[in-house]
Design a protein around this ligand. Structure first.
Ligand code: TRP
Length: 458
């Protein structure tokens, strides 16, 4: 079967950036920045990207493009029968796992876009937002309805193929996402009192920076760039031989970081405008679906057209960001099933979609009818979330950097990043040094920290 490629370099970069820009940019990065020293945190974050993120991203690109195979196939081809082939399989499994809960949140963003558009938050008292959210997620039907809707869109894009589905949708959605981000940022920093929000985000405070903050920055850089499993490797398997790997990785990192910083400028000026304490807005779902709808209503005028438009655009932005990331996760699994079990793309994608429908529904219902099912004090959703974020991703990242630094043939590496000698690679030695020593050490530390070893020692 003929394997498709992306049709253009821009398309390839936008697709990869679509994978990277996701919920992590909006619901984690801004608040982490604000609380951990503002510009000081951003500087550390950028250093993490330079030292860890880029070398691993370039390696994932390289592994995908060199083999032109799905992630499991790619590692198998490169490791010639050694146990390293399991790194690829682990990646596919991790992506599948993340997708199961990621689609649940994607569905919530659709519901909140809808609620914002019909002005449903008009005259809701501040205390009411938590109830609105809880009533929605614990309802057995509504979240499931949006979930199926969200998965159906992903499925539709995936079965249209790499060029007409993934690339074409990224070329529409990424510019849209960028324009919305700019519009919302401008609206937000025009609010009275916005400068306090800007200060909260940017004022460098090095006294807040300690080892925990550095570990947090590393973890965030990792998740935000979609590293540690097979997303970028799978997308890079559709790059052509002329795509410059290092330059593409730099572009994707810049787009991801810029959007994350702008998300902070969307959120915090409004928070300060209404006189709320930024340390009380929460993170993740609490921030996004409980604090922010209230903040936006109050900051832009309860029930006014401006508030409706602003919050509708904000949730639509989240929806687009989540969708492009979810598509990349689905593609990892689809490429695997299609190629390893030799079936048509349509059939492979359908199998993946069906598993996501089943497991995603279980995750979704774990806030309602299935909330009684708990393990380690977590519902099904949190089990998927924490197990992938705290165990599978760091483990994958560690193994990928070890594989790229110690196992992969050095000449092959050099040929591939220089496109067969066409490009100069003055950074090659640094890259290898990071992959061999710095990245495994750093990721190992994040891993130990996340599974709680350090807390245990304390
Ligand atoms: N990077 C995305 C975000 O910021 C999430 C994501 C998509 C991801 N694919 C991934 C994270 C692969 C880790 C690995 O929300």
């Amino acid at each position: 079967m003929e394997r498709e490629n992306f049709g253009s370099k821009v398309g390839a970069i936008l697709a990869a950036a679509g994978s990277a820009v996701g919920l992590g940019n909006v619901w984690r990065f801004p608040i982490e920045t604000g609380q951990n020293g503002g510009a000081a945190f951003i500087i550390i974050y950028v250093l993490c990207i330079l030292v860890l993120g880029l070398p691993i991203m370039i390696s994932e690109f390289l592994i995908g493009r060199h083999t032109h195979a799905n992630t499991a196939g790619a590692y198998r081809i490169l490791s010639a029968g050694s146990p390293w082939k399991w790194v690829g399989r682990l990646g596919v499994f991790t992506g599948w796992f993340i997708l199961c809960y990621y689609v649940v949140v994607g569905a919530w963003t659709m519901h909140y876009t809808f609620l914002s558009a019909i002005n449903a938050f008009y005259e809701a008292p501040a205390t009411q937002y938590e109830n609105i959210f809880n009533a929605f997620v614990s309802n057995p039907w509504m979240p499931t309805f949006w979930l199926f809707f969200f998965i159906a869109i992903i499925h539709f894009v995936i079965i249209r193929g790499v060029k007409l589905g993934i690339e074409k949708s990224a070329k529409v959605m990424m510019p849209t996402l960028f324009v919305i981000t700019v519009v919302l940022t401008v609206c937000s920093i025009c609010l009275p009192g916005a400068s306090k929000g800007v200060e909260f985000l940017l004022k460098p405070d090095w006294s807040k920076v300690d080892s925990t903050v550095i570990l947090q920055a590393m973890g965030q850089a990792f998740f935000s760039l979609s590293l540690g499993m097979g997303c970028l490797c799978t997308y890079a398997s559709y790059f052509d031989k002329k795509t410059p790997l290092a330059k593409s990785a730099v572009n994707v990192s810049i787009i991801d970081t810029v959007i994350a910083i702008m998300a902070g400028f969307i959120i915090f000026p409004s928070v300060f405008n209404i006189g709320m304490n930024p340390n009380e807005v929460g993170v993740g779902a609490g921030l996004t679906f409980v604090s922010l709808p209230n903040v936006f209503q109050q900051a832009f005028g309860d029930g006014t057209l401006l508030a409706v438009v602003f919050s509708t655009l904000f949730y639509f932005l989240l929806f687009v960001a989540a969708l492009t990331s979810a598509i990349s996760l689905h593609e990892v699994a689809t490429a695997y099933v299609t190629e390893e079990f030799k079936m048509s793309r349509k059939k492979g994608a359908t199998i993946v979609t069906l598993t996501i429908v089943v497991l995603g529904t279980l995750c979704s219902l774990s806030f309602g009818p299935l909330s009684g099912i708990q393990l380690f004090d977590r519902n099904i959703f949190s089990l998927f979330d924490d197990f992938s974020g705290m165990v599978l991703l760091p483990l994958g990242g560690l193994l990928i950097s070890l594989f790229a630094g110690w196992v992969l043939d050095r000449q092959l590496y050099r040929d591939e990043i220089s496109n067969g000698g066409d490009l100069k690679t003055p950074y090659f030695k640094l890259l290898v040094f990071s992959l061999r020593y710095i990245a495994p050490l750093a990721i190992g530390l994040v891993f130990l920290d996340q599974i709680g070893v350090f807390n245990f020692l304390k």
